[in-house]
Design a protein around this ligand. Structure first.
Ligand SMILES: C[S@@+](CC[C@H](N)C(=O)[O-])C[C@H]1O[C@@H](n2cnc3c(N)ncnc32)[C@H](O)[C@@H]1O
Length: 197
């Protein structure tokens, strides 16, 4: 699977595929986004500039903006971004596959959030995307990445599959590009952008 193939699949996907709660109800889907945005306030400084990368139709993006953050919605699917601006025409959007995110922002972000995106890419694509996200964050900024490791890692192999990484491979990449692990109570890894070794 190439990055472009994954994005094209999402561009055509039923919006119900975005998060399991949407199969329960739209209210449950929206509530899950509000709850995750609230949880993110434990690590994201008040009012900071956040890019929600792979934002989908804004499940977490809109609640983050409502909490006072300066949010940019970034996605590879124009259909997703169109749904975001239909709900909030004032929300800044960026069409990106992640590898070119830094070049598409007016300035580096204080934080990049990416939920349920890396899991749908294989290792090679995932590395290129993480490199792109790191390049889009200022030194000292934060990256909250849904980037799971497993004792027996495996590539998902499809746009809706789930890829897990070995801890060693994740650490090697993090060290090479300047990502320092931050302790948090969030269910996703949190990194601080530092100068690469
Ligand atoms: C499962 S949805 C998650 C949406 C949102 N983050 C959430 O948690 O509700 C995956 C989203 O990531 C986008 N996406 C997948 N791969 C991408 C890539 N390489 N670059 C940009 N967007 C990507 C898809 O278009 C889709 O909107």
């Amino acid at each position: 699977m190439t990055i472009a193939t994954v994005i094209e699949a999402w561009n055509r996907a039923d919006p119900a595929a975005i998060h399991p709660t949407r199969r329960i109800s739209e209210d449950a889907y929206q509530a899950s986004g509000r709850a995750q945005a609230e949880a993110l306030t434990t690590v994201l400084p008040d009012g900071c500039r956040i890019v929600d990368f792979g934002c989908g139709d804004g499940r977490v993006t809109h609640p983050l903006k409502a909490l006072g953050y300066q949010v940019t919605a970034a996605d590879g699917s124009q259909a997703m971004l169109d749904r975001i601006t239909a709900a909030d025409p004032d929300l800044a959007t960026v069409l990106t596959d992640g590898t070119d995110l830094a070049a598409k922002l007016p300035r580096k972000a204080d934080a990049v959030l990416s939920l349920a995106v890396l899991i749908h890419h294989g290792y090679e694509a995932g590395e290129r995307i993480v490199e792109g996200l790191r390049a889009a964050v200022r030194v000292g900024g934060l990256l909250v990445l849904d980037w799971p490791t497993a004792a027996q890692p495996a590539e998902g192999g499809s746009w809706i599959g789930v890829t897990t990484w070995s801890r060693e491979r994740q650490e090697q990449l993090a060290t090479r590009i300047g990502l320092q692990w931050v302790d948090s109570d969030l269910p996703w890894p949190v990194f601080r952008a530092v100068k690469a070794a």
